[in-house]
Design a protein around this ligand. Sequence first.
Ligand code: SF4
Length: 246
Amino acid sequence: MKDKNSLDQISIAAESWKAEQVTAWAFDTYGDKIAIATGMGVEGMALLDIASRVNPNLKLFTGDTEFLFPETYDLMDRVEEKYGIKIERLYSQLTPEEQAEGYGSELWARDPDQCCALRKVEPLKRKLATLDAWVTAIRRGQTSDRASVRKIDWDAKFGLAKISPLADWTREQVWSYVVRNDVPYNPLHDQNYPSIGCTHCTRAVKPGEDPRAGRWSGFQKTECGLHTAAAPAAPLVQLVSAGGEE
Ligand code: SF4
């Protein structure tokens, strides 16, 4: 199951599977070469809880842009304690200070695609190169880029299988699961932050706004680049050699 063709048939069959079945199939199929990616949002917490029942020794990683909310860092600690796991944190090759030196201050306010490419996409790309499959908590209802995602799919951008057990869940189903099972979640969700990313690019939403309206407010951007068809350009060469990391 290491290429697109070998996944086609199972991908169609899996569309009628429940999240637990999809997750169990993925762990059975990919063994040590699969890990769960989470941005610590409520969907990711539901997915983690489901997956931990299937495989308590799961591997979980998250992108730490170093610009996250204190509540998000606190949630990471609570998750590690509750599930007895160590979350792997993926960092940019550039510290925030090196990024400011190379690209100017507040890159996120001028070119959020490039900032996300440096702080989110490139670290993820490095991580995914070590895996045969990754599990994500994305739902079709979240953005237009996610509308056609399959539960078991081939990720052509990163070259591995992409498993999305919650693809057909609604936001209401996610919350119902989280409340019913006492799953930890970010308290900012209760303060009108339905979608939470970096402090610089996340605000609370107003009544009636789209749940993702608080992300990159003022820009057309709706995705950081992890779940879109093509990655934003990440011109790292000059800075990586200057920064001397990795
Ligand atoms: S969400 Fe904002 S601050 Fe975070 S990496 Fe993307 S552009 Fe930069």
